[in-house]
Design a protein. Structure first.
Length: 368
């Protein structure tokens, strides 16, 4: 086996610790060629589509990509911002703010972000950290609920990358945080802030990204973790069971996926006389195509067309202060045992850096 050339190692050099926040990914631009490249990489992952490779290759390249790339590009264009993809913008800002939050807590930790599919790619970020002397790396998936289709694909990508590296760093992976009190608190604060500003309806729908039903039957815990998140959030908000509903979105293909499906459920709620629905997507920590276009635009249209009067989409946690604090709490717990504590002089320097980072995040603002 040929190993990638590693940077020159100096005995006695200080060992650095890094965190990589990994999200799903996004095309580089909202055009058909970029979306096609992104979808090909995403849908070629055997963790994402569990169909025999030869059959799937023919379906993907002969049917799906020629048709879906242009349609998806048009959808991306609806939510694209001057800064780029909302998912990438939010993830980058979360990484920057997480570094600042951990620095304020006294941790000397480098924080970068990467994408499973698209750019910045996970291998490129891991190579960068190796060149910069990071020999302890914590991988933090942006997925609160574990699924083999998402979280495990990150594990595959990391281990595959390091098969080609001679000097492998010490690695830690966060599997999930679907029931972490800090995460639940961030969700609660997001919902409550929306209700404080807009009032509240009689039904809160929590829409999670769907996966094929067979994944549940094969032992994937995703379905159960989604329902646990919903139960804990409902309890935190003090909601009666009949005011909270879990659904699953983004169904693809003819196979049965986790039910109930989001779009048909919203239509039925409107037909049954529900005038206002509040909907949130707790499986996403950053707003993206699936939340801003599929839910905030398409699902809203379906609900109103079916007779609903008011549709309230509640944004993802994005870079809300409670979520950044929660992310720091979760990360710090998994850093235990690694010597990341700053000296007093280093704390002063970090505080100055954090002030600059916070100012930059404020200047960028939220994606429009």
């Amino acid at each position: 086996m040929a190993f990638n050339k590693a940077p020159e190692y100096t005995h006695g050099s200080a060992v650095k610790t890094a965190i990589v926040l990994v999200n799903l990914g996004t095309p580089d631009h909202a055009d058909a060629p970029s979306v096609r490249r992104y979808l090909k990489q995403f849908l070629s992952d055997p963790r994402v589509v569990e169909i025999p490779r030869v059959i799937w290759w023919l379906i993907l390249n002969g049917i799906i990509l020629p048709i879906r790339a242009s349609k998806s590009a048009a959808k991306y264009a609806l939510i694209w911002t001057k800064e780029g993809s909302p998912l990438k913008v939010h993830t980058a800002k979360q990484a920057m703010l997480l570094r600042g939050q951990l620095g304020e807590q006294g941790h000397a930790v480098q924080v970068d972000y990467a994408m499973s599919y698209g750019n910045p790619s996970l291998p490129d970020v891991l190579n960068k950290l190796q060149v910069e002397g990071c020999d302890r790396i914590l991988i933090v998936p942006a997925y609160p609920q574990y699924s083999a289709t998402t979280t495990a694909s990150i594990f595959d990508a990391v281990t595959s990358h390091y098969r080609q590296v001679r000097n492998v760093p010490e690695l830690r992976f966060i599997k999930h945080y679907h029931d972490d009190p800090a995460y639940i608190s961030a969700l609660k604060d997001t919902v409550q802030a929306h209700w404080d500003a807009n009032g509240r309806g009689n039904k809160l729908v929590l829409s999670f990204h769907g996966v094929p039903k067979r994944t549940l039957l094969l032992g994937d815990p995703y379905h159960c973790e989604c329902y646990k998140t919903a139960r804990l959030l409902g309890n935190a908000l003090g909601l009666p069971k009949d005011e909270l509903l879990v659904t699953f979105q983004s169904r693809f293909g003819k196979a049965e996926w986790l039910q109930p499906y989001t779009a048909p459920t919203l239509v039925q709620l409107a037909k049954d006389g529900l005038e206002r629905v509040d909907i949130m997507c707790p499986g996403f920590t950053s707003d993206c195509l699936e939340t801003l276009e599929e839910i905030s635009l398409e699902a809203k249209h379906d609900f109103l067309e079916a007779g609903g009067k008011a549709f309230h989409y509640i944004p993802c946690v994005n870079e809300s202060p409670t979520w950044v604090a929660a992310l720091a709490t979760i990360a710090a717990r998994h850093l235990q045992g690694w010597p990341t504590r700053l000296s007093e002089a280093e704390k002063v320097a970090v505080s100055a850096d954090n002030a600059i980072a916070a100012s930059e995040a404020h200047r960028l603002g939220a994606p429009k």
